[in-house]
Design a protein around this ligand. Structure first.
Ligand code: ZN
Length: 295
C-alpha cells in the first residue's frame, strides 16, 4: 500500500500484538501501518479579542492566520493531496466565513475550538452558551455540523463533554495522556466518545517556537525523528500547527518545515493521511480493539 488520502474507512475487526516494533496494537484505518493526522488550530484574532485586546499593532497577529497562514496551509495540503482537520474558534468563523467554507470545500474537516479561545474557567451555563454558539456558527457557515472539538489551552470539564455529546460530537482531541486514540464514557451522558490525544509539548509548533525559540531546522529534525519512531512502533502520528506568526508556523520558512516533513512522511510505504473524524469513526466501529476509560 502506498501513502494515500483515505476516502472511507473499513471496520477494524482484529487485535494484533503490541510488541515494540511490531505491527500496531490497533489496526488503523484501511489497515495502514501508520495513520497520520495533520491538525490546524486556527487561533485567529479571536485569541486577542477574547482577552480584551484590540487586534491592532503587535496584537494583530491573529489576522495573519486568516490572511496568509490558512491560505498557505491550504495550498500546501492541496499540493500534497492530503486532508487535514482544522479547529476553528466561533469568533474566527464569524470573521472569516468564506475562508472556513474554502477549508470545507477543499475536503478538510472543520471542528470547534472554543468561541474566543477562552481558557479561563466559567459557569456551566456560560460554557454551554459558548459551545452551542460556536457549534451553530460553524454549522451555518459550512452546512455541516462539526463532530470534533479541541479545547483552547487544553482545558475542559466533565460538563464540556456532556454538552458536546448532546450536540452530536463523537470525539475530543485535547488530552495529553497517551499516544493513541481511546474510547471514554462521558460523565452523566449515555454512550461512548473517542479521545484523540495531541501531545502538544512535542507534536505542536507552539512549544518549539514560542517557549523554546527553536530554529526551524531543529524542529524539522525533531518531528522527522518522532515520525520515524511512531512508524516503527504504534503507528499513530498526530501533529498540531497554527497558521500564525509568533508561536505558529504560518510564515514561509516555518511552513516549509511542514512541507518537507510531509515529503518525508510520504516517502514511507503504507501510510494513510486521515482526518480526526475518520479516526473517531474507525475507533467507534472497532471498539473491541481499543481501550475504554470512564471519565
Ligand atoms: Zn488554539
Amino acid at each position: 500500500m502506498t501513502s494515500t488520502y483515505l476516502p472511507e474507512l473499513r471496520r477494524a475487526t482484529r487485535r494484533t500484538s503490541g510488541a515494540p516494533g511490531a505491527r500496531p496494537a490497533q489496526p488503523w484505518p484501511g489497515e495502514a501501518r501508520c495513520a497520520v493526522a495533520i491538525t490546524v488550530d486556527m487561533d485567529g484574532d479571536g485569541n486577542e479579542a477574547g482577552i480584551g485586546e484590540a487586534p491592532l499593532g503587535i496584537h494583530s497577529m491573529g489576522r495573519y492566520a486568516a490572511r496568509r497562514g490558512v491560505p498557505r496551509f491550504l495550498d500546501m495540503f492541496q499540493r500534497h493531496g492530503i486532508p487535514a482537520t482544522f479547529f476553528i474558534p466561533g469568533y474566527d468563523c464569524k470573521q472569516s466565513p468564506d475562508l472556513i467554507r474554502r477549508i470545507a470545500a477543499e475536503g478538510h474537516e472543520v471542528g470547534s475550538h472554543g468561541y474566543m479561545h477562552e481558557g479561563f474557567m466559567m459557569s456551566d451555563e456560560e460554557e454551554e452558551r459558548r459551545l452551542r454558539l460556536t457549534h451553530d456558527l460553524i454549522s451555518d457557515a459550512i452546512g455541516k455540523a462539526p463532530r470534533g472539538w479541541r479545547s483552547p489551552y487544553g482545558q475542559k470539564t466533565r460538563h464540556t463533554m456532556k454538552v458536546l455529546k448532546s450536540m452530536g460530537y463523537i470525539y475530543d482531541s485535547s488530552d495529553k495522556d497517551t499516544d493513541t486514540p481511546y474510547l471514554f464514557a462521558p460523565h452523566d451522558a449515555p454512550g461512548a466518545m473517542v479521545e484523540i490525544p495531541n501531545n502538544t509539548p512535542i507534536l505542536s509548533d507552539t512549544s518549539w517556537y514560542q517557549d523554546a525559540r527553536t530554529a526551524p531546522s531543529d524542529v524539522e529534525r525533531e518531528w522527522c525523528a518522532e515520525f520515524d519512531s511512531v512508524y516503527g512502533g504504534h503507528g499513530f502520528f498526530i501533529l498540531t500547527f497554527h497558521p500564525r506568526p509568533g508561536f505558529g508556523s504560518g510564515m514561509p520558512a516555518r511552513a516549509n518545515v511542514i512541507d518537507r516533513l510531509l515529503q518525508h512522511i510520504k516517502s514511507h510505504a503504507d501510510v494513510a493521511f486521515v482526518t480526526l473524524e475518520q479516526v473517531a469513526e474507525h475507533v467507534l466501529a472497532g471498539a473491541e480493539a481499543f481501550e475504554e476509560l470512564a471519565i
